[in-house]
Design a protein around this ligand. Structure first.
Ligand SMILES: Nc1ncnc2c1ncn2[C@@H]1O[C@H](COP(=O)(O)OP(=O)(O)OP(=O)(O)O)[C@@H](O)[C@H]1O
Ligand SMILES: [Mg+2]
Length: 683
């Protein structure tokens, strides 16, 4: 018989983790397999100590363990060591290009355009130039066919994407590394609000182009009047993550005084991808009202979004990190790099909001008896931890907020108005949230046509405050800019704007437009912290219906913008904002503030509708009643009519006040309805 298992082993019931139907490999059973269901239950003698373990599982057969066959070693540590190799960042992202937003040819088209346009806008803003950007998409298959009646490429094909700006240009020496080396950029090491952060964007697009078409990225750039224009063709040596310049020419002439033109040949899918690009362009114009954007598409008319303002956004200042957001490892690294002789000097020079007085207070809290130098902090973890605790315990002013450049209430309104005036579609599409072009072409359903016909046209009377007449329809526009807040020591600011009404369908989910540092976020809506915050807001309080765990329903577009020195994206493709509680709370607060304005508008509109209905009802009969009374009393019907109209107005006004009260009460009741905890916290 086999070796007996100890009681402890038996009580532990070895094999407990085997699921029914699975095969268990019996140890020492010479590879014999036994069904888990074939286990038998063996009663164990009852004793006070094992009373709880009255029943244990035993294998049916206890076979003697045969000596384990000697396994042949597949590889030695030395052999394995010989295979270790450094991986270059470009090799890594060539294999993992989905991480950068190049998952498929439709998305890659948008990502390529987005990276170049974001860079152009960043560069113009940093240089203080009002941006004028041209985006061109050329269908090479269609253009090479050269016939007017030829078809656009269906599905995947070769496309040429061109982005040209009037920015500061790029100096000759920098161009190869900017476009031919991943993780090379000017924005990563600073804390300043900008669209780019990582130093990967445009070189990744170049890499995608090279990978799919073998063509280098072409760059034309000039830094000012009287300066030469350089034309480069750059490839990436992906093994080394280094640029290879295949062409370097000086151009005799270029129409731009200063600026950059980037041309990429890529495999893309225009048929499917154009909806993303269209929306990206429209939303970029919306969030950047200071920019003029021209959009040239295959076989379609050029679309231009003229700037809504000639004022550049406030320049965002670069800041130092706030001490409350610093983690231990970073603190030690910063101390190691510090040139200060003492910790007081280190604290005041490396961090924002640490005055000599605050530094003294922090040092007092550490309770250090001996003199500590920054170098000691870098070498001694306990010392560094002591300092970090003292920093956290000290009250320090919130970080400066001049590092943030929100769109602002007025410009958000202007942006929304010009956006609604230019967009090609007239309303949100539930299932095809991104398909603006399709929506424009699609025949409107009977229901939609009816809704459009019934949508009130703006009367000539003075419009209500906040209501804009766009394309003949009324839109109520409200915006809210929250004061700056901090997450992990990084300042951020939330803005929310909404456009309500117009001809949009009232029975569909609202359109949610997400932006981070003025860049539209078009993918991963469900995974984004912004969506979570909007869904968690109780919109029933603001007279919209809202299915559980969903966006509210109503004729509304909601714009949420988060501006920060460092936007916490969930991945390198910068598509969704991470779920930081501080950020979610701020978005909720802004949404609630906007919601209150919306509720006031909806209530006012309900009143106006009601008043108009009642009046017309009265007026229908007043004429006849006045005539009849005139005949009976022998008086002129005119003053009687005037008196009756006066009475009617008073009656409707009183009724309206009553209705107003009722609506207030109803709204209060909804506010009192039990809500999810996070909503209450946000309130
Ligand atoms: N059109 C342009 N005009 C001027 N400078 C540019 C332009 N495009 C890129 N640059 C410079 O090239 C650098 C690298 O651009 P890249 O897009 O690769 O990274 P990034 O914008 O810093 O960060 P991210 O990866 O988040 O986009 C930028 O930091 C910027 O300094
Ligand atoms: Mg960039």
């Amino acid at each position: 018989m086999g070796v007996k298992r100890s009681k402890a082993e038996r009580v532990a019931g070895r094999g407990d983790d085997v699921l029914p139907g699975q095969l268990e490999l019996v140890p020492g059973g010479g590879g014999t397999r036994k069904r888990a269901s074939e286990k038998v239950v063996v009663p164990v003698a009852r004793s006070p100590r094992n009373a709880a373990a009255e029943v244990v599982e035993e294998p049916a057969v206890e076979a003697a363990p045969a000596p384990a066959p000697r396994q042949k070693r597949r590889a030695t540590a030395e052999q394995m060591a010989s295979k270790q190799r450094e991986i270059s960042i470009s090799e890594f992202f060539t294999k993992n290009r989905h991480l950068l937003g190049f998952d498929n040819p439709s998305k890659a088209l948008l990502t390529t355009i987005k990276e170049a346009v974001d860079n152009s806008l960043d560069a113009c803003e940093e240089a203080g130039i009002l941006p004028e950007i041209t985006i061109e998409v050329h269908d090479l298959g269609f253009e090479q066919a050269g016939k007017a009646d030829s078809e656009l490429t269906k599905g995947e094909g070769r496309f040429r994407v061109v982005i040209e700006d009037n920015g500061p240009g790029i100096v000759k020496e920098q161009a190869p590394k900017i476009f031919g080396k991943l993780l090379y950029g000017s924005k990563f090491h600073r804390l300043k609000q900008s669209r780019g952060q990582q130093g990967i964007g445009i070189s990744a697009a170049a890499m995608y182009g090279q990978l799919t078409t073998g063509q280098p990225i072409a760059v034309t750039s000039r830094t000012g009047k009287g300066k030469p224009t350089h034309y480069f063709e750059i490839q990436i040596d992906t093994r080394k993550n280094n640029p290879v310049v295949t062409r370097d020419d000086k151009l005799a002439e270029w129409h731009q005084e200063h600026g950059t033109r980037v041309e990429l040949e890529i495999v893309a899918n225009w048929q499917q991808g154009q909806r993303f690009v269209n929306r990206y362009v429209e939303h970029t114009a919306l969030a950047n009202p200071h920019a003029t954007v021209h959009y040239v598409r295959p076989k379609q008319q050029r679309l231009s979004f003229p700037r809504a303002t000639d004022e550049l956004p406030k320049e965002a200042a670069e800041i130092k990190p706030h001490p409350h957001g610093v983690e231990l490892g970073s603190l030690m690294l910063m101390a190691a790099e510090s040139k200060s002789h003492d910790v007081k000097g280190f604290l005041t020079s490396a961090f924002s909001r640490v005055s000599p007085m605050v530094a003294d207070e922090i040092l007092k809290r550490t309770g250090w008896k001996k003199k500590v130098r920054p170098r000691d902090l870098a070498e001694d973890r306990d010392l560094a931890e002591g300092l970090q605790k003292a920093i956290q315990a000290t009250k320090i002013m919130a970080p400066p907020t001049n590092c943030l450049s929100p769109i602002g209430d007025a410009l958000m309104k202007k942006g929304l108005v010009s956006f609604l005036s230019v967009i090609e579609t007239e309303g949100p599409e539930e299932d095809q949230q991104l398909d603006l072009d399709q929506a424009a072409k699609k025949k409107a359903s009977k229901k939609e046509k009816q809704a459009r016909a019934e949508a009130p046209l703006v009367p000539d009377a003075p419009p209500e405050e906040g209501v804009e007449k766009i394309k003949g329809h009324n839109y109520f526009i409200a915006t809210v800019t929250r004061p700056p807040k901090v997450y992990r020591g990084n300042p951020f600011q939330v803005e929310v704007g909404l456009a309500y009404g117009g001809s949009w369908p009232a029975d569909k989910s609202i359109e949610l437009f997400r932006f981070a540092n003025r860049v539209p976020l078009l993918f991963q809506r469900g995974a984004c912290g912004v969506t979570e915050a909007v869904v968690k807001t109780d919109w029933r309080n603001y007279l919209l219906s809202q299915p559980k765990n969903s966006l509210p329903v109503g004729p509304m577009a909601l714009l949420v913008h988060i501006a920060s020195v460092w936007v916490p994206f969930t991945s390198e493709s910068k598509e969704a904002v991470a779920h930081y509680p501080e950020i979610i709370r701020e978005i909720q607060l802004a949404a609630q503030e906007c919601g209150r304005k919306l509720a006031a508008h909806i209530r006012k509109r309900q009143h106006a509708d009601y008043e108009a209905k009642r009046r017309s009802l009265f007026e229908l009969y007043i004429e006849e009643v006045a005539q009849a009374l005139g005949k009976i009393t022998g008086k002129s019907p005119l003053p009687i009519k005037r008196d009756l109209v006066k009475v009617a107005r008073e009656v409707t006004a009183t009724e309206l006040e009553e209705q107003d009260r009722e609506l207030e009460e109803a709204s209060e009741k909804t506010s009192r309805r039990p809500r999810r905890r996070s909503d209450e916290e946000a309130e």
